[in-house]
Design a protein. Structure first.
Length: 397
């Protein structure tokens, strides 16, 4: 019987990224999987330039195979803004202007490499299309931006005055964040009881038949519920309610787009935990599992690629964090899930792709005494190992 190192070697593909182009046997392998699938899921660790540059090159590689939409970890109303900004002639300048006014309000467009990905997705799209899809909650410090939109839609003087009061709180919170206060300590909409006048504002928009404003208020209310669970340390409910929101948003968008284009394919980039089949580390069946089941129901395939940077630097900075976080060293990965693969790398100066699916045939043999490794090969179809990665750069320094 073959040993694990031999099976890994048989399913190993070299891969490289240079000048925005992916090359090597790994590129051919990924393109083959993209052609065979309707949903291509890319699980990343945030704040890494190489992750984002690879995602951009990967999207360009698989786009001729029918991939026209980019699903990402932002709210649906934030996605509307990204679709608008990414189409500007000077998209980087447009994002710079936006984040200068609303710092760190929408993930992860505050990173230059993410903007490049958004541009790549948006460039070939027709004007009537919105290729960027948001399926997450509206971000915790995005409320100022959304409240200003609600204020612009409201003509009632007393309600506009109330919105302005809420806006002052959000603006002060931004100043407090830059003064060093962590996000979880900010007295903002997403972490405090709903304003007393919130129902009255909703009733106003309903009476005006302003369905967009009502939908935005619903999205903010749902997002607040997710964050309040975190604030009260109900971490399971925080992740569970978030996963339900992701599934609902994705399925609604999928149904809407399928009516117009039955063959549309989806490039989905989320945090690696979200794209996993089965149960996540938080004990929930997340959006990745939902999409894998949806693919079965649609008589299609989904492919789940886990990108693992194992050395280099990443940008984990927020305004209250030390400046060193802009290029934090990635610590040596000692997770038992990855050791059987890391220990057999042909070299540690290159990048590598491993097809994990063949390992499932004898998973109990390969994973004896290592349940984390079993969890890895059950949850992901392939793993991309990236060494010596570089930290992403901020749009607004």
């Amino acid at each position: 019987m073959a040993i694990l190192s031999e099976i890994l070697s048989e399913n190993h593909f070299s891969i490289s990224l240079a000048h925005g182009v992916i090359t090597g046997k790994g590129a051919e392998f990924l393109l083959e999987q993209a052609r065979a699938s309707r949903f291509f899921l890319y699980g990343e660790d945030h704040g890494i330039a190489d992750n984002l540059n690879f995602a951009t090159a990967l999207f360009k590689l698989i786009r001729p195979s029918g991939y026209s939409t980019y699903v990402t970890e932002i709210g649906p109303f934030s996605a509307e803004k990204f679709n608008q900004l990414a189409r500007q002639p000077d998209a980087m300048g447009a994002f710079h202007e936006f984040y200068s006014s609303y710092p760190f309000s929408i993930p992860f467009g505050w990173l230059r490499e993410e903007v490049h990905l958004l541009q790549a997705v948006s460039t070939p799209a027709r004007n009537s299309e919105n290729p960027i899809i948001g399926i997450d909650q509206e971000f915790i410090i995005s409320t100022q931006f959304h409240l200003e939109n609600l204020k612009n839609e409201c003509s009632d003087p007393s309600l506009r005055e109330k919105i302005e009061t809420w806006l002052k709180v959000e603006k002060q919170a931004t100043q407090d964040m830059y003064a060093g206060k962590p996000i979880e300590q900010l007295a903002i909409f997403m972490q405090t009881p709903l304003p007393e006048e919130w129902p009255a504002l909703r009733n106003y928009f309903e009476a005006q038949n302003n369905t967009s404003a009502v939908a935005l208020m619903n999205a903010l209310t749902d997002s607040r519920e997710v964050y309040m669970y975190y604030k009260t340390e109900d971490y399971y409910l925080n992740n569970f309610s978030r996963s339900l929101l992701m599934k609902r948003y994705f399925y609604e968008e999928f149904n809407k787009r399928s009516t117009a284009n039955l063959d549309e394919k989806y490039f989905i980039k989320l945090g690696a935990n979200h794209i996993k089949r089965g149960h996540s580390v938080m004990g929930i069946q997340d959006i990745g599992n939902f999409i894998s089941e949806l693919a079965v129901m649609e008589k299609a395939e989904s492919f789940h690629l886990f990108a693992l940077p194992y050395s280099g630097k990443q940008n984990a900075w927020l305004p209250f964090a030390p400046k060193e976080y802009k290029a934090a060293q990635i610590e040596e990965n000692t997770n038992p899930a990855y050791q059987p693969i890391l220990n057999t790398l042909p070299d540690t100066s290159s990048w590598h792709v491993y097809d994990l699916r063949p390992l499932r045939m004898k998973q109990n043999t390969w994973t004896k005494n290592n349940p984390e490794f079993k969890n890895l090969i059950q949850g992901y179809d392939a793993i991309l190992l990236m060494g010596d990665v570089q930290a992403a750069q901020l749009v607004v320094e």
